[in-house]
Each structure stands twice: as C-alpha cells, then as structure tokens.
Design a protein around this ligand. Structure first.
Ligand code: IPE
Ligand code: IPE
Ligand code: MG
Length: 249
C-alpha cells in the first residue's frame, strides 16, 4: 500500500492508537549531507531541518503523540566551525520566535534539556520566555535537547546527589533508580518508548543513555530534512510490530 504524504493529516488507520509510543525521541541527523547532495552550504541543510521539525511537531499533535524529545545540539557539537555553531543557535532562536504562537494555539508545552547556561544570553532569554508562557499547556510535551550530553547530565546528577549526602540530607543506601532519575533533566518524564535516528547512522551520540535503557530503536535512511510523515508512519508501524520484553520471556 502506497500512502501519500497528503493523506496523513490524521493518524493512519493501520496504526493502533492504544499502541502508539507515548514518548518519541529523535536524533535529527543528516542536515549536512542533505545540503552537500544539493551543492549547498551545510547551513542550508540546517534551515531545511528546522522547517522539517515544524512539521514533525504538527504531526505529533495531529496523531496524538504525548511527548516528543528532539536532539538539536549536543555538547560535542561545539567542536564544529564557529560559523555553523552560530547559525544553529540563531536557528533555534528563530524557531522559537516563529513557532511560539502556534505552540500556544496547539496547547504544546515547550521545555529544554541541557546545560543552558553556556548558550548565548539572547537565546537563553528566548528559551526562558517560551518555557514560561507554555508552562501550563496540557497538550504535547515538546523537549528540545540543546547543549545536551547524556554523560554530562549523569555527572550533574551524581554531583547533586553527592552534595545531599555530604550535607547529611541523604544516606548512600537511599540512592535508588527512582531518586537518580529525579535528578536528570528528564525528571517527571517517562522514558522514550521509541528512538528514531535519521540518515542511517546507528549510534546514540551521547543522547539519553540512562533513559533509553529499554527504548525501541528505529533507524531511517532518510536524511533529516527529507524525513516526512510517510517515514514517521513507517517508524510507528515498525514500533507497533515490536515485542517489548523488558527482560521477561
Ligand atoms: C544534524 O545534522 C544536525 C546537528 C547535529 C545539529 P548534521 O549537521 O549532523 O548532518 P550530517 O551528519 O553532517 O549530514
Ligand atoms: C547528533 O548528531 C547530535 C544531533 C543531532 C544534535 P551528530 O551528527 O553530531 O552525531 P555524530 O557526530 O555523527 O555521532
Ligand atoms: Mg551528523
């Protein structure tokens, strides 16, 4: 059955609503290659990537996904040329400016995860504002991982817990998985059920290492700017075929 992009305004009928992943995480990869294929600068790939992200958020809203986390900028991405880093920061800022109204309309709650203190101050302001005004929204929870690194997140959690132990607020034997989880950026958010990575790469690149202990992984060969509703539908169909065992038989 060939499904056209235009037919996918609503949840495709072959997907079972009750078996949809509640939380989808996406490593949006392949912007650079998308641009290269067209003889364009990498920055154009990032622009196309942002525009594609807008549609994924709309799609999650249309199809009833409860939480979406996207990897926008890793702690390792600072190693890219300065011009590209600046462009990525500018694109995140512009995305927030342009999309805020629609996010409010669609009842979407925007949150960021990562060390935000290292971001340009003007972007930090835009981020705080977008989180503040969407805080009480009850629709999709939309997380943008920016200056995010999972190892750094885990270290921060360890430091915060160690401090509590040092201050006598906590005994070492009280450190449980639940307590640890509550010290991560994702505190209060269920672990991703499904991870999608685009552009055919098969690695986690320091993304949600603790949280993805039991996530189903789907690799799409599409480059991120080309990953559309048809591809998302494929990923969700594949997910619905999987048997999640969590170590049981
Ligand atoms: C993903 O696309 C976007 C970010 C990492 C910010 P890339 O820029 O990594 O694209 P490729 O992997 O070079 O094609
Ligand atoms: C992962 O992609 C980070 C983001 C998508 C933001 P990268 O392109 O940076 O990952 P590697 O370097 O190929 O592992
Ligand atoms: Mg990449």
């Amino acid at each position: 059955m060939i499904i056209q992009q235009t037919e996918l305004q609503y949840l495709p009928p072959d997907l079972k609503r009750e078996l949809l992943p509640k939380h989808v995480a996406v490593i949006m990869d392949g912007n650079g290659r998308w641009a290269k294929k067209r003889g364009l600068p990498r920055i154009r790939g990032h622009k196309a990537g942002v525009s594609n992200l807008k549609d994924l958020v709309r799609c999650c809203h249309d199809w009833g996904i409860e939480a979406l986390t996207v990897y926008a900028f890793s702690t390792e991405n600072w190693k890219r040329p300065r011009k590209e880093v600046n462009c990525l920061m500018a694109l995140i800022r512009r995305f927030l400016r342009q999309e805020l109204e629609e996010m409010l309309e669609k009842n979407i709650q925007i949150q960021f995860m990562g060390d935000l203190t290292e971001l340009p101050p003007s972007l930090q302001q835009e981020i705080s504002y977008s989180m503040k005004v969407t805080r009480n929204n009850t629709g999709i929870r939309f997380f943008i991982a920016t200056n995010y690194g999972s190892r750094q997140e885990i270290l921060h959690a360890c430091q915060a817990i160690a401090q509590k132990v040092q201050q006598g607020l906590l005994q070492p034997e009280q450190i449980s998985e639940e307590l640890f989880t509550n010290h991560l950026y994702t505190a209060g958010l269920a672990d991703p059920d499904l991870l999608i990575r685009t552009s055919g790469e098969m690695r986690l690149s320091n993304f949600l290492l603790w949280q993805m202990a039991y996530s189903e992984i789907y690799i799409s060969d599409a480059l991120w700017p080309d990953f559309n509703r048809v591809d998302f539908h494929r990923a969700l169909s594949a997910y619905q075929q999987r048997e999640r065992r969590f170590g049981k038989v």
